[in-house]
Design a protein around this ligand. Structure first.
Ligand SMILES: NC(=O)c1ccc[n+]([C@@H]2O[C@H](COP(=O)([O-])OP(=O)(O)OC[C@H]3O[C@@H](n4cnc5c(N)ncnc54)[C@H](OP(=O)(O)O)[C@@H]3O)[C@@H](O)[C@H]2O)c1
Length: 289
């Protein structure tokens, strides 16, 4: 039955696919016939995501669940190793998992939580999966950034980034989303002349769990103020799906999109020196080049 679907024969991995934009993305890719690997950190949520994807795509849809907390690099490595044992190629990698923690914390590996989850994890996962992406011939890496990058700035000094005194949850989030764009630009540059493209996007202001925990009163107030302007996760997933599947962008790489169109970024996000400096910092902090 799936033989005529547009993505049959393709394998896609979506991080943070247990809720929000990622869940819709995984569901739509499965509906279009892709074999989908759902990555989440919570086993119950992952089981519910699997059930809802199979309800939409059919009980036989090839959907696999992997439970890993990606804020830890040891888990990113374990996930990559498991995938290397199980699949021979990866056609679509969607770096979607993201967090806006609302308060300062360090992971047990000593990285600020939003930096670890939103930037180091996609940096590490993408690099570790490059052999599988390469094996696909034509592969796409799509990273979910944000319009918040406009106020982001990359702090090169890890000690400063890890200092609770200097911490602001909004800045930490914005910095990690700027890192998503700089990472994409550098990746696209490094993968030029290969069959792998790398693009990133702002999904819109989307009604998801991202700001809902509201650990900070300011965050709660922001969420209630912004809520009437928010779009559904179904709409929020459209640009990700466009970049992952549309023939229009098969050869486009190193671009930032919103509403399924190329969009403007901050000048900082286009700075080549910043992009290569971020790559160097990320390689040092992850031990992965
Ligand atoms: N919502 C917006 O308005 C908006 C705007 C711009 C950009 N974005 C970006 O869109 C992406 C998706 O966010 P969303 O809005 O859909 O929020 P969401 O509903 O909270 O989804 C985030 C997903 O990431 C997962 N995740 C978080 N930390 C993780 C970790 N350490 N390991 C593995 N998975 C983890 C979450 O798992 P749990 O379900 O277990 O928490 C969830 O599945 C994020 O990158 C976000 O920055 C969102």
């Amino acid at each position: 039955m799936t033989a005529s679907l547009p993505l049959s024969g393709k394998t896609a991995l979506v991080t943070g696919a247990t809720s929000g934009i990622g869940l819709v993305t995984a569901r739509e890719l499965a509906r279009q016939g892709a074999r989908v690997i759902v990555v989440g950190r919570d086993a119950d949520k992952a089981a519910r995501a699997l059930a809802s994807i199979q309800l939409a795509a059919g009980p036989e849809a090839p959907v696999h669940v992997k439970c890993y907390d990606l804020s830890l690099l040891q888990n990113v490595r374990a996930l990559a190793e498991e995938l290397q044992q199980e699949i021979s190629q990866l056609d679509i990698l969607i770096n979607n998992a993201g967090i806006m923690p609302g308060r300062f914390s360090l992971t047990e590996e000593g990285h600020e939580l939003s930096w670890a989850t939103n930037h180091l994890a996609p940096y590490a996962l993408t690099n570790l999966l490059l052999p599988l992406l390469d094996a696909a011939g034509q592969a796409r890496v799509v990273t979910v950034s944000s319009v918040a990058h406009w106020v982001g700035e990359i702090e090169p000094d890890r000690e400063v980034r890890n200092s609770p005194d200097k911490y602001s949850w909004l800045t930490a989030y914005a910095d990690s989303k700027l890192a998503n764009i700089l990472f994409t630009n550098e990746l696209a540059h490094r993968l030029d002349l290969t069959g792998i493209t790398a693009n990133c996007l702002h999904p819109g202001l989307v009604d998801t769990g991202l700001m809902r925990p509201g650990t900070s009163p300011v965050m709660k107030a922001l969420w209630w103020t912004a809520r009437p302007l928010m779009v559904s996760p179904e709409r929020g997933a459209q640009t990700t799906l466009y970049l992952a599947t549309s023939p229009e962008v098969a050869r486009v790489s190193g671009r930032y999109f919103a509403d399924s169109r190329p969009a403007r970024t901050s000048a900082r996000a286009q700075n080549r020196t910043e992009a290569s400096r971020l790559w160097r910092i990320s390689a040092e902090e992850t031990g992965i080049e």
